[in-house]
Ligand binder design. Structure first.
Ligand SMILES: C[S@@+](CC[C@H](N)C(=O)[O-])C[C@H]1O[C@@H](n2cnc3c(N)ncnc32)[C@H](O)[C@@H]1O
Length: 265
């Protein structure tokens, strides 16, 4: 993984964001899968660090026989679980290295996910070709124009199709990304939409994460022609001790960490 020379908040364009994040996910994929692969499971659909599992939550409803698209599938753990449930699942991701891990796990598990390399801003599938779409922290936090991605997801969903996606809970933006006590004191504006940017020694962005307030998300969903039908703010489960970066039992007991939106086309 590359070390950032500097980090801060400033405007970054859509292409620069995509270039930075493709590079970041390619270089971080090995350590990411090392660190989180066991929690995600090779064939498992975990929505968030709180551990909400689709096997119990059933946010997508019935998946058997449905055509399902996983947006920003990473190593494909969720798409593989969908396949094992009888769905006709397809995934895509920006990072070739993440997709390499997906193929490695296909071989190891014997459950194969059809996955391609693509940018969520231009989804390479025909209109109305999926019944369901899902994304567990995939792509949406890492694009400058989340509305364009939501519009693309709506385009590839059949009318009435469902899209469920999880992202960092918007309120977290105001707090330091620290699992300890420092992470409990707000130190920046929830309303500051400038993205978080890490840069190398030359000042070139190497990682970009974009923020939307809760109101922004609702506006973007409606603007894309989707209908919001549910919003889950999972509580930190009693006895769940595993921290994931800034998501920890300490903070999870006090402030939400994830927002899971359910929408219909
Ligand atoms: C936090 S991971 C989520 C993947 C998987 N659900 C997981 O929990 O490991 C974010 C993924 O989004 C992908 N991503 C980032 N920007 C993207 C884009 N513009 N289009 C498609 N995928 C993107 C990254 O490559 C990465 O695999």
């Amino acid at each position: 993984m590359t070390e950032a020379a500097a980090a801060g908040y400033h405007e970054v364009g859509a292409e620069t964001t995509a270039r930075a994040n493709r590079g970041w996910w390619d270089s971080a994929a090995d350590s990411y899968q090392d660190e989180h692969g066991e929690f995600l499971r090779d064939v498992g659909f975990v929505w968030c660090p709180e551990g909400v599992d689709e096997a119990a939550a059933r946010l997508l409803g019935e998946v058997a026989g449905r055509r399902v698209l996983e947006v920003g599938c990473g190593a494909g753990q969720a798409g593989r679980w969908l396949t094992a449930q009888g769905a006709r699942a397809t995934g895509f991701d920006l990072s070739a290295r993440q997709l390499r891990h997906s193929r490695r796990i296909d071989e190891a598990s014997g459950v194969r996910l059809a996955a391609v390399q693509a940018d969520a801003r231009r989804i390479p599938f025909a209109d109305a070709s999926f019944d369901l779409a899902c994304s567990a922290y995939g792509a949406l936090p890492f694009v400058a124009d989340a509305g364009a991605v939501l519009g693309e997801v709506r385009r590839v969903l059949r009318p009435g199709g469902r899209f469920v996606f999880s992202v960092t809970h918007p309120v977290r933006w105001a707090f330091p990304d620290d699992p300890g006590r420092r992470g409990l004191t707000a130190d920046r504006s929830y309303f500051d939409r400038r993205p978080y940017v890490e840069t190398d020694e030359d000042g070139t962005p190497t990682y970009v994460e974009h923020h939307r307030t809760m109101g922004d998300w609702i506006g973007l969903i409606a603007g894309a022609g989707l209908r919001l039908t549910g919003l889950l703010e999972p509580e930190w489960p009693r006895g769940h001790r595993r921290a994931w970066n800034g998501w920890s039992p300490l903070r999870g007991a006090l402030i939400p960490g994830t927002a899971i939106f359910t929408c219909e086309a």
